[in-house]
Design a protein around this ligand. Structure first.
Ligand SMILES: Cc1cc2nc3c(=O)[nH]c(=O)nc-3n(C[C@H](O)[C@H](O)[C@H](O)COP(=O)(O)OP(=O)(O)OC[C@H]3O[C@@H](n4cnc5c(N)ncnc54)[C@H](O)[C@@H]3O)c2cc1C
Length: 240
């Protein structure tokens, strides 16, 4: 699919150092929850150039009328342009692409493992599943340092209350650095944590997303627990 122009509606902070960008969804733009696009930005300093592009998983679900992306706002050339983008400004999307989409065998649960910004594709999947009342067990293991760093945590906790098939196991691994209360897990998302969280599940399929180092480590941990690579799907957020 060729580049399609999109217009920024607004942007907002969704966690410390993390922002979400809400764009109008082009008419006829379709995608599967979990997929990604390239977001192409024009460099104001070189407007004639082809622009800078980054891949982003789509946070919003297909039933929603906007395209939302979320990212860690580091001091890179691309993120400086993105941060300065005013409401109403245009960008382009190239896509969708990617195979981090939910398997069809509803009898097999899905276990999503997200570290920090790796939450983005799973937001789309869980929102759509909740909307469709999907008859499938979904478990999200979500690791962050502090609640302040955990994008979409409140929404996920609400979704867990509203949608019986969705369960959230969130863990905060550096609470000594937090100014917030947290009654939940604080353990590292390691083999013991995964075994304990997945105890009641039969033959789940695992989904991993986040920085490549985290994804590789998680895949090795799952292999160590006897999970075959056929039952693991992953998305490496190259660039982190
Ligand atoms: C399918 C997919 C989905 C993604 N979804 C998200 C998302 O939802 N949210 C999010 O924040 N990020 C996502 N990313 C990562 C995103 O594209 C950026 O790479 C990341 O946000 C870092 O951008 P930056 O501007 O901070 O760093 P940059 O300055 O652009 O990159 C930092 C370093 O990484 C290197 N690098 C960049 N891209 C690649 C690459 N493809 N392969 C190898 N090295 C590379 C650069 O050379 C540089 O040295 C995704 C990546 C992929 C492939």
């Amino acid at each position: 699919m060729a580049n399609q122009q999109i217009r920024l509606k607004h942007s907002d902070a969704v966690a410390d150092g993390t922002m979400a960008f809400h764009f109008h969804k082009p008419a006829g733009f379709t995608f599967k929850p979990g997929q990604a696009v390239d977001l192409v930005l024009t460099d104001p300093a070189n407007p004639q150039d082809e622009g800078l592009r980054h891949a982003f998983s789509i946070v919003s679900a297909p039933f929603e009328d906007e395209l939302v992306f979320a990212t860690r706002m580091r001091d890179s050339a691309y993120k400086r342009i993105l941060r300065a983008l005013p409401a109403g400004a245009t960008a382009a999307v190239d896509g969708p692409f990617g195979s981090l989409t939910l398997h069809k065998d509803r009898a097999r649960p899905a276990v999503f493992i997200a570290g920090g910004i790796g939450i983005t594709p799973f937001m789309s999947i869980v929102r759509q599943a909740a909307r469709d009342r999907l008859p499938q067990q979904l478990l999200l293991l979500y690791s962050n340092r502090r609640p302040e760093d955990a994008a979409f945590l409140d929404e996920l906790q609400t979704l867990e209350k509203q949608y019986d098939n969705f369960h959230l196991a969130a863990t905060m691994t550096e609470m000594d650095k937090s100014n917030r209360q947290w009654q939940g897990e604080t353990a590292l998302l390691d083999a013991t944590f995964i075994q304990r969280a997945c105890l009641a599940l039969t033959a789940p399929i695992y989904y991993l997303a986040g920085p490549p180092g985290m994804v590789t480590a998680m895949r090795q941990t799952l292999n160590g627990l006897g999970v075959d690579d056929d039952d693991i799907r992953s998305e490496d957020f190259y660039g982190y």
